[in-house]
Write a protein that binds this ligand. Structure first.
Ligand code: XUL
Ligand code: CO
Length: 437
């Protein structure tokens, strides 16, 4: 069966094309700097938003028009596999990502759930072999089932910790079987609603132990993929422990887990944390932990995790600057953790939205490459700190001075006034890079 009826494989037709099913900027084989666009941007389809969720929201049921609507749950899961691989082929997307529970229906017992899951994994494996598509990362949903209402690895109830571990073990086995490039831990309910009922220190100890067991099991089964932690400050819980990049890194260093994990950063999560995505990426890059990206963006008027397909060119440029400076996303990729708006309910809308997201990032890559090659902003920043290149500044830079020496220097100093930060000039220059291209 054809799920995306009458839609051909999307091709690059250039920026003036009026064909909505074509790429205007994404030209997979075109070389930018030292890599092709496809190498810079290993795109991934998210199983949950694209195939599983159907656009339900807290005020209404699934509204998306999908060929599997009304089918028996396992049958619907099988159809989703076919549709997913067809979509990846038509878009030229090489990777996909899933939560265990996106793939197959959850049954009364873990045993029965795993049996159904294995049927779908078999079909996915077959389709991977046929098409060459790959698993970017897998994860366990440790937040959907009501048993996780108080958390999973941070639940106050030991049985819940045990079931979460069992579920994670199974998903890691699947990740190994499908040769996943990575495995993501997103602590959806690893946080709290109120400290009136929460022992924060104990919960963090449990979370760290859970992750260390995952590391141990990874080594035991010989799973070669990269582990990632995905920070998010809130939603669904009021306060999530992996708040942002800096908090998550501190947690990893504190529990001596840093060498086993990189970060999977998400644009909308940065917004919720009150940061730009560029801030989050630069924090990670400074620690050599920029691993993978969940690509989307948030509506600043709404203030929750709207997970929209990225169409904001400014975000794309800032992100791609970080990616180029990182030498690419070595162990990760760009996973479209993004969903169509509820009124965009047709199968065609899925294709339009992926094309919009892929094109925006590709356009961002072109501009970021020009900005870096031109060197205007890098030179400006270099110049701004040039007082540290000689005299007393060089002593500070080389950490070879003292408070006494600085006191003697400053006591007779005649302050000459400071140069401007020139922010508005720089913003205008950025616009020139974007719109003159
Ligand atoms: C939720 C979110 C998750 C993770 C994987 O906000 O981003 O989908 O990416 O669990
Ligand atoms: Co995400």
């Amino acid at each position: 069966m054809e799920y995306f009826k009458g839609i051909e494989k999307a091709v690059y037709k250039g920026k003036d094309s009026n064909d909505a099913f074509s790429f205007k900027h994404y030209n997979a084989s075109e070389t930018i700097g030292n890599k092709t666009m496809e190498e810079w941007m290993p795109f991934a389809m998210s199983w949950w938003h694209t195939l599983a969720s159907g656009s339900s929201d807290p005020f209404g049921s699934a509204a998306a028009t999908r060929p599997w609507n009304g089918k028996e749950p396992l049958e619907a899961s099988k159809m989703r596999v076919e549709a997913g691989f067809e979509l990846m082929q038509k878009l030229g997307i090489n990777y996909f990502c899933f939560h265990d529970r996106d793939l197959a229906p959850e049954c009364k017992s873990l045993k029965e759930t795993n049996e159904k899951l294995d049927i779908i994994i078999g079909l996915i494996e077959e389709s991977m072999n046929k098409t060459g598509k790959k698993l970017l990362w897998a994860t366990s949903s440790l937040f959907t089932n009501p048993r996780y209402m108080h958390g999973a690895a941070t639940s106050p109830y030991a049985d819940v910790f045990a079931i979460a571990s069992a579920q994670t073990k199974k998903t890691m086995d699947i990740a190994k079987k499908l040769n996943a490039k990575g495995y993501v831990f997103w602590g959806g309910r690893e946080g709290y609603e109120t400290l009136l009922n929460t022992d924060m220190k104990r919960e963090l100890e449990h979370l760290a132990y859970f992750l260390s067991m995952a590391v141990e099991y990874k080594e035991k089964i010989g799973f070669k993929g990269q582990f990632f932690i995905e920070p998010k400050p809130k939603e669904p819980t009021k306060h999530q422990y992996d708040f942002d990049a800096a908090t998550t890194l501190e947690f990893l260093y504190h529990y001596k887990l840093d060498k086993y994990f990189e970060l999977n950063l998400e644009v909308n999560h940065a917004t919720l944390a009150g940061h730009t995505m560029q801030h989050e990426m630069q924090v990670a890059r400074n620690h050599n932990k920029l691993g993978s990206v969940d690509i989307n963006y948030g509506d600043t008027f709404l203030g929750w995790d709207t997970d929209m397909f990225l169409t904001n060119i400014y975000d794309a440029v800032f992100m791609m600057i970080e990616v180029i400076k990182n030498g690419g996303l070595k162990n990760g990729g760009f996973n479209f953790d993004a969903k169509v708006r509820r009124p965009s309910h047709t199968m065609e809308d899925l294709v339009y939205s992926y094309i919009a997201g892929m094109d925006t990032l590709a356009w961002g890559l072109r501009i970021a490459d020009k900005i870096i090659r031109d060197g205007f902003f890098d030179k400006f920043i270099e110049e701004r700190y040039s007082s540290y290149n000689s005299g007393i500044g060089a002593k500070i830079e080389s950490k070879s001075t003292s408070f006494e020496e600085l006191f003697d220097y400053a006591i007779n100093l005649e302050e000459k006034g400071l140069p401007s930060g020139n922010q508005e000039m720089l913003e205008a220059k950025l616009n020139q890079f974007i719109y003159n291209n």
